[in-house]
Ligand binder design. Sequence first.
Ligand code: NAD
Length: 355
Amino acid sequence: MKQTIIITGGAGFIGSHVVREFVTKYPDYTIVNLDALTYAGNLENLKDVEHLPNYKFEKTDICDAQAVLEVFKKYQPTGVIHLAAESHVDRSIADPSAFVMTNVIGTVNLLNAAREIWNGTSTGSAQGYEGKRFHHVSTDEVFGALGSEGFFTEDTKYDPHSPYSASKAASDHFVRAYHDTYGLPIVLTNCSNNYGPNHFPEKLIPLCIHNIINNKPLPIYGDGKYTRDWLFVIDHAKAIDLVFHKGKNGDCYNVGGFNEWQNIDLVKELCQQMDAKLGREPGTSAQLITFVKDRPGHDLRYAIDANKINKELGWYPSVTFEQGLAKTIDWFMDNQEWLNNVTSGDYQKYYEVQY
Ligand code: NAD
């Protein structure tokens, strides 16, 4: 079936990989990238695919309900994949309101628009829910923290601790509520930490790559024992493709890398690979490691049980962490202009030149 899919947040880190996966794999589909281009949105992430005839871009803020509805009316989507969000925990601690606006209100605006177009009456062109799907992309952080044992499953009780995870948890609840209350066809994925090309350098891995190249300190929170599960971003995009097309209506799927690392070990692995890449003496980059004051409310450990998506849909990560990290380092080394543009803020001019 031909589809028109609105992908929100398509200019961001994960969204750009999802857009690329869909525009190249499904030439018959129309893919509409709906993005407000905040500091995290970068159309340079898509410059290899933006010429494709099935790719469209709409610069729209999901907090603007009317503007969102206009885009839905214009394209009459059969599907929505919702990634647009404020996504950085430290920023949420500094300013929670922006997270409530985009992650909660913005999500509700999208749910309302989908409901209106697919099953509403005011437009007079309701298409019905048959063949439609609203895929909400969320995080494992909604489940809170684990001790040294155990995993988050799809049935784990929500227990968010940061303003970011609280806003994502609220958005997840609204998505489920629209399914239970109005019958909106939804699927939801909760994924662990992603890494890979196009990652904004405020996050741990790209920040460390950037700082190692520039001989700057590598900041590690607390004692470095915080543990996260890491997934290569292209494997996340493939999981989204699978759940969007084959997931069961109303169901949630955990997505993870079966790959837990303490921050300190991860940064040491990164230092080792970077030393080899840069032709530096082994141990050179590790000297840049600097322990910094802990983040308030920091969750000790996240670990995802991704057995449901594995058993039901046959998804499994395609690369090991060492392979994914090597690909990521190569990408950042080959795209230092991208990194420089992002760190200097110049990437924001791309939209003005291109559109
Ligand atoms: P990102 O910050 O890199 O990108 C977010 C995108 O959303 C940007 O392009 C930005 O311009 C856009 N956006 C922000 N506010 C908007 C608004 N009001 N209207 C329209 N567009 C807006 O985020 P990411 O890391 O790619 O994460 C994407 C999604 O995946 C988020 O929903 C996040 O919660 C979820 N997620 C992320 C991770 C991770 O490790 N990064 C893990 C699991 C889930």
